[in-house]
Design a protein around this ligand. Structure first.
Ligand code: CTP
Ligand code: MG
Length: 375
């Protein structure tokens, strides 16, 4: 029988969030959930946690009937010890909840290593030179080929690890940072197995990259044909800029086809419905609407959904009018409206080589792509 002990009873002080870092959302799920999934094939999972996180953690355990909770202690060693006392497995794997990127392969490699060698400590060969220093001076330089950085999980036979923890806690466990040191001091040199670079520990706020989402939008507007009685204006509007044009775009609003494609891309990145849903053209309030105003409304809906744009990339296909003299002003307008630096707004314009409806000057199409981060 195998027990995975997932230690989650720290405070996450260095991460500095209002909540414990192991409950912080990562790509839509609390960090702890990833370790639970990766270890779920163990016969038993014990999550060691603080009293104040217990309610939230219990909810995360509901998909895992083999998981239960145990109360942690003031230090990591104390928390691991409590987990060991609660565990029933012959083999135990100790894993930090602060390492959510653990794979199932690493878990099974750990178990296999324990079965073959009696212990299995997840480690990576060091890519940096590691030195031993005292008072700011290098005292010795171990050969890099012998230097590893140690991660979790770390697997052992429970009885042996429990005994070594009892000795360490009796003698003062402060000098040990993990199981491997304690096992080495009181039992025998533990065996290493090769881990994965992705299995990083989340310690500081910058280790928690916000989730990112792309969004894509397309819009096409037709020009009035010669015999269709276009309104008496001589411009089209793109990104709020009036661009002199013989041909006039048909539209319910101001016909800003570029902003419409952009709004669809923004809504799409945030997983919201499209522009037709948010601003229906059956609604008289949007007749002749200023699309730049709609853009700021769209942006606030996207922000309410928890997303903000990081950069936008737009491609305009138009045989006419000539756009290049206006691109800089269009970029300025969009960077102001979206609150982005000018170099985060890209606009390309081209013809369609006289092909199709664009080439025949029957209309304009714009493609928009945005990258949003989750706030
Ligand atoms: N841990 C624990 N009990 C403690 C201290 C730490 O179970 N008393 C756990 C943490 O929840 C984490 C792992 O041990 O999953 C590694 O510890 P660390 O990265 O130091 O996390 P924290 O102690 O929470 O962070 P900090 O030191 O910044 O407060
Ligand atoms: Mg700590």
């Amino acid at each position: 029988m195998i027990t995975a002990i997932i230690v989650a009873a720290g405070k996450g002080e260095r991460a500095g969030f209002a909540e414990n870092k192991i409950l912080k959302e990562l790509n839509g799920l609390p960090a702890l959930s990833y370790s639970l999934s990766a270890c779920s094939e163990a016969d038993e999972m014990i999550v060691v946690c603080r009293e104040e996180d217990e309610e939230r953690i219990k909810k995360l355990l509901s998909p895992f009937p083999n998981a239960k909770i145990c109360r942690g202690g003031a230090t990591r060693a104390e928390s691991v010890y409590r987990g060991l006392k609660a565990a029933k497995g012959e083999i135990v794997l100790v894993h930090d909840a602060a390492r959510p990127f653990i794979s199932r392969k690493t878990v099974s490699d750990c178990v296999a290593c324990v079965k073959e060698y009696g212990s299995g400590v997840c480690a990576l060969p060091s890519t940096d030179t590691v030195v031993y220093a005292e008072n700011g001076n290098i005292v010795s330089v171990p050969p890099r080929a012998n230097v590893y950085t140690v991660q979790t999980p770390q697997g052992f036979y429970r009885e042996k690890l429990l005994q070594s923890y009892e000795c360490a806690l009796r003698d003062g466990a402060e000098r040990f940072t993990d199981e491997s040191g304690i096992y080495l001091a009181y039992v025998e040199p533990p065996r290493l197995f090769l881990g994965e670079r992705e299995n990083k520990k989340l310690t500081y706020p910058e280790d928690f990259k916000p989730a990112e989402r792309v969004g894509f939008g397309v819009d096409t507007h037709a020009f009035y044909a010669e015999d269709e009685g276009a309104p008496f204006v001589n411009f089209i509007t793109l990104a709020g800029v009036r661009i002199p044009s013989d041909k006039i775009l048909k539209a319910h609003s101001d016909g800003d086809v570029l902003v419409h494609a952009l709004m669809d891309a923004l809504f799409s990145a945030a997983g919201l419905r499209d522009i037709g849903y948010h601003f229906p053209d059956s609604d008289p309030q949007y007749k002749n609407a200023d699309s730049m105003k709609l853009l700021s409304e769209a942006l606030s809906r996207v922000k309410d959904a928890g997303f903000s744009p990081k950069n936008v990339s737009l491609s305009i296909l138009a045989e006419t009018p000539r756009l290049s003299p206006h691109i800089d002003r269009m970029k300025e307008n969009l960077s102001d409206a979206l609150g982005l630096p000018p170099n985060a707004v890209g606009i390309a314009a081209g013809t369609n080589e006289k092909l199709g409806y664009i080439g025949e000057k029957k209309g304009i199409t714009v493609y928009a792509c945005v990258l949003c981060s989750k706030q």
